[in-house]
Design a protein around this ligand. Structure first.
Ligand SMILES: [Zn+2]
Ligand SMILES: [Zn+2]
Length: 268
């Protein structure tokens, strides 16, 4: 029997710059595809702008104006944060501001990461540019993921099947399970050009999650609303591996929100 999917918790909007839809277009597409919950997780990364002024990141400072429910879909606020070092650090952690975008002094210095994460219900942690990990040992990459999942707002490890990094899969998966972090099945990694290099690895990850009892999340990783809530390739992979429905945290909005409150102490 097919594993139900009712939440898409990794999607992008125009803010990501190489994506093409608005928040509302993503919400409407989620509703059309039967999603009861949508998480919008734009890139939080040095790839967005050539210089890292706070002016460029005001998007993350005003997400509290999003409605919690829109067109019948629960809407969550997030980001997809780049992992930038083998220590498990995130983009923006070493960029500090003392004034807000209008020039007024802040009550205390704050890092870009702190500012962006503050309004996020959860964070998807991903490696996009793995240059920093070139030449790293398996143990170092494994330790990197173990550190990343200690970050309080990190709920999802994004597309670990397509980074090309070598790490101890079982150790990382068990650490995720114990920390309440979800391992993502990423629809975009299973279709189109990205499929070629990652399908076998993604299949292996889904199989090991089933065997080790590790909860997974679903993300279309849509960069245009047309893709939001589509999960045909994910369905096929979950079917093929006989993935247990109870380990799919995106089977219902309630199941995802329970995982969210447990890991991130985010209560909605
Ligand atoms: Zn992207
Ligand atoms: Zn993404």
């Amino acid at each position: 029997m097919a594993v139900p999917i009712a939440c898409d918790v990794h999607t992008h909007t125009l803010f990501s710059r190489h994506a093409y839809s608005t928040v509302e277009e993503d919400v409407r597409a989620a509703a059309e595809h039967g999603m009861g919950l949508l998480g919008i997780t734009d890139h939080f990364s040095c790839m967005l702008f050539p210089t890292q002024e706070l002016h460029n990141f005001q998007y993350f400072q005003n997400m509290h104006c999003w409605p919690r429910e829109w067109h019948g879909v629960q809407l969550l606020r997030g980001c997809e944060a780049d992992i930038v070092s083998l220590d498990g650090a995130f983009f923006g952690g070493d960029i500090t501001y003392t004034t807000n975008p209008s020039g007024r002094p802040m009550s205390r210095p704050r890092t870009l990461k702190e500012i962006a994460f503050a309004e996020c219900d959860y964070v998807v942690a991903s490696v996009h540019d793995g240059t920093f990990a070139q030449g790293a040992s398996r143990a170092e990459v494994t330790r990197m993921y173990r550190r990343v999942i200690e970050e309080p707002k990190v709920l999802v490890l994004g597309h670990i099947g397509r980074t090309g990094l070598d790490f101890d899969l079982d150790e990382v998966l068990a650490a995720c399970r114990d920390a309440g972090v979800l391992v993502e099945v990423n629809e975009s990694s299973l279709v189109g050009e990205k499929r070629a290099g990652s399908l076998d690895r993604c299949r292996q990850i889904v199989e090991r999650c089933a065997e080790l009892g590790v909860p997974m999340s679903f993300g279309s990783d849509a960069h245009i609303s047309w893709m939001v809530g589509r999960h045909d390739a994910t369905d096929a992979l979950l079917d093929e591996t006989h993935f247990p429905a109870e380990l799919m945290a995106c089977r219902t909005p309630e199941a995802f929100l329970a995982a969210l409150s447990q890991k991130c102490q985010t209560l909605l």
